[in-house]
Write a protein of this length. Sequence first.
Lengths: 383, 185, 171
Amino acid sequence: MTDKLIPTKQMPPGLQVDQVDDRIMTLNVGPQHPGSGHMRIIVRIDGDYIVDADPDPGYVHRGEEKMAEARNYILNIPHLERPVIHDSCNILYPYVLGVEDLVGIEVTERAKYIRVITAELNRCIYIQYWLAIYGIFLGHSTMFMWPAGDRELLIDLMEKITGARVTHSYFIPGGVRNDVPANFEDVCLRQVNYFEKRIKEYADVFYDNPILKARTEDTGVLSREDAIRLGTTGSVLRASGVDYDVRVKEPYDVYDDLDVHTNVLKAGDSYARSKIPWLDMIESCNIIRQALEKMPKSGSIRTKLKPNPKGKDEEVYRRVESGRGAAGCHIISKSKPEPYRLKLSVGSFRNLIALPYLLKGEKLGNMPAVYWSLNYWPVEADR
Amino acid sequence: MSTAETTPPPKATPPEKVEASAPSFEKSFIDQITNHFSDDVEVEYIKENRTRVNVKKEKIIDVAKFIKDNTPFDHAESVTGVDFPEDKEIGVIYHLGSYTDPAYSKQVLALATRVPREENPNPGNDSTKLSSLREIFYSVEFHEREIFEMLGVYFEGHPDNRRLLLPEDWADLPPLRKDFTNKGR
Amino acid sequence: MLKELITPQNANVFVGKLGDILYKAVDQPLGMAINWGRMWSLWPVHIETACCSVEFGAASSPRYDVERFGIIEAFGSLRQCDLVVVQGTITRKMAPRLRLVYDQMPEPKYVIAMGACAITGGLYFDSYNVLPGIDGILPVDVYVPGCPPRPETLIQGCMLLQEKIKRMKAR
């Protein structure tokens, strides 16, 4: 079939070249590409229009779930947070809540508030990086520099609390590892107010920009029924008109005491999907301010576990709203220190199914705008 | 009410009967399912907002279709595959959620089934087969592909049973089986 | 007068000394100039391999600006780049692609191994799909440890690479 071009027997599997047909050409938008991230998309194009798109994830598949079966509940924390290193609190959250259900411990109020504050800070840090990479994909270099610079303000706050810029390993079953520093509330309030003032300027520079609008409006339109049928989650769902946010619908920790407003847009195109995370960030700043007011001023932040905690003989499934969408953790335990089976259900993997669905019929030039607007972090989807 | 092959191994706590413990909200859709299917399913109320339906693998399509048409559960959130080598079975659990009905937004229904497991797997050509739920819940497409490559369960009716995450030249056992161990563990 | 200096007996000594003079006057400064040019314009290939890419992106952000060292990560084609920063874990699926990318780059090219996973496999050393370090497939010049390394550590790694280039033979 392909002997005319390159003898494919010499190339390792997966790197073979397809025959060039009369009209349809197969292109690899591969792992080394300024518009693809850590993933390959095999597109078949007819001139300028995409006929078929086949995502090929798995370039960062490190076997997290298999590794989790050999380590106990505490040793699992550092490697389970590496799928999204800058949003590590939100991806550990369902795991920690699940283990607390299994082992049966209560968390103190102050620890719950600290968890909510760090989870919201991490959500903002993740969304800023996502916007920065969106800028690179669209060729808008200011959209890379401003978010990447502004997120350093919040990374400073996380460093004051946990000691690390990213991959904090801060949540543990029973609370958090250490307390916040002395006058943290004032510093955090000032920093978050300044951050909110900065991101409100994005409305003029980025979202009213005629070039961004021309590139992203009316591309990759996902209707409401399709968004529900495809099982998408997070900002992709809310940009298509479905009002669903796990923090409001199934509140965990202290979210039922806080006032969380869900942002919903009806258009369903890439422009709406790129605007919802920015609105979510402004909402996060409100949540952080409320939580700082209501947080108990003193108290213990950690309930000590027995050494080598064993889970009960049952299953749990807990969900949390992370930066990408609903992240869930399904743990099956059999009264041993290690989990029997740990499954992470991540927002990126659930949104991946929208990619081949939306790219059919699009122009090839619109592919980066549609692909990254699905709020897809390739390292997390591969786990 | 329960059949021998689909009962999960006995838990430490005695299994609670549906009539005694389920609050009335969950009871409404639990009763719908049990009345329609009587002997083929076993429905349990695990705890608040979490219900579990155990089915035999032959009936999974009918039960899933019934749930999709008559209850507000409209999408599948995640699909988990578990290997039970002592029972010689592989379990597949679908977690279903609801986006359309606000009263059901906290509920997660776990639809669980089991398929037989062979000692030397030959994925695609042995008895570890299950009907795919892709026609009913479209969102399971990539999840089922992942279970195919990680555990060797072949989904009949799925248009595209091939690798998703593993390298193209993977020639070893499916990794999430218990007989495959990482080096040194 | 030149004919009296260069006799058939000492012509080869004269040629040797001339070669010495040419080397000191022309070749060495030329080499230093070429190395100086290479040091201050290392262009990395745009390949993001795993989670350390977040800190590599943060190194290009306005706070830890790595662009002032000439390292600009904005090029589409790898035929113009001369630096591969292997960011993070390399899986068995990614390894042939990484080698292909390295082979397609023109000489001279340099490799920085960033993160513990690229040096020895790191936290994932016993996983089934992970390569324990990239030493087996690429010749590494500088190792930058950390999980993930801070952007300042990465910049220090680039400066170590610059010192290595300064000591290299230019041709």
